[in-house]
Design a protein. Structure first.
Length: 243
């Protein structure tokens, strides 16, 4: 049964209820998906802009790092705690498996900042971890503040083991879990060590996630699906009139 029926030249426009309702539902879905991707693109663009600003000259760290924005470029001074390091599992570089080395830096005021010293390759066996030996030297470093890596559902989550062995292998841990393993509170950010600073490994930091343009392109694609579906609905609803 048609919703409406009227002639258009040699054809009669008579859309059916089921086709109309289905088309409206799908068009609404496509429009919403486009809006979702567009908002993701706006959010990602803000992150990429903040990452770009992180290339500015490093400024001295303040006493309260929690008040600083993500990707802030800082100069920090402290002392390495090379005896208590973490290896972040499931981290790749140019398609190769490996780890990122997370080392505590003891700051003035009994504060601890976790420093990502970069990527090291997988040794071929998790029973034989890479050598990341580091002394307890006083250092001055520069780097960007960032969140800990977050993994997808397929990668899994494994907190640091509770034994006395170091370094500890862990996969996408939380700050609370790392603090528990260290038995000491940690700062709310980690520091992505600059490539120009020493005591590091492979450091080719990139802005997070997909390019904002990819999200904008996906949004336009979803909206294009909605327009295409509306056109198809209109064409299919215009039937040739019988003589």
């Amino acid at each position: 049964m048609a919703i409406v029926s009227f002639p258009i030249g040699a054809r009669r426009f008579a859309p059916s209820w089921w086709a109309t309702l289905l088309s409206i539902a799908l068009c609404v879905l496509f429009v919403r998906l486009g809006e979702w991707q567009w908002h993701k693109g706006v959010y990602r663009q803000a992150e990429w802009d903040a990452f770009a600003r992180g290339a500015d000259a490093a400024v001295p760290a303040t006493d309260d790092l929690a008040q600083l924005p993500r990707f802030k470029h800082l100069r920090v001074e402290g002392r390495w705690d090379g005896a208590h390091q973490f290896l972040l599992d499931n981290r790749s570089h140019q398609g190769l498996p490996g780890y990122e080395v997370l080392t505590p830096l003891q700051l003035p005021g009994d504060r601890v900042l976790l420093v990502d010293r970069g990527w090291v390759p997988f040794t071929g066996s998790r029973a034989r971890l890479p050598d990341i030996t580091l002394g307890a030297a006083a250092v001055s470093l520069t780097g960007r503040l960032d969140n800990l890596p977050a993994g997808g559902l397929a990668l899994g989550h494994a907190p640091p083991p509770g034994d006395a062995h170091w370094p500890k292998l862990t996969s996408f841990p939380t700050l609370a879990e790392l603090a528990s393993a260290l038995k000491h509170p940690v700062q709310p950010w980690m520091l992505l060590l600059d490539a120009s600073s020493g005591a590091g490994y492979v450091r080719q930091w990139q802005p997070p996630g997909l390019s904002p343009l990819r999200h904008f392109a996906y949004a336009i694609q979803w909206w294009g699906f909605a327009v295409t579906l509306a056109i198809i609905w209109g064409i299919m609803s215009a039937r040739r009139q019988r003589p």
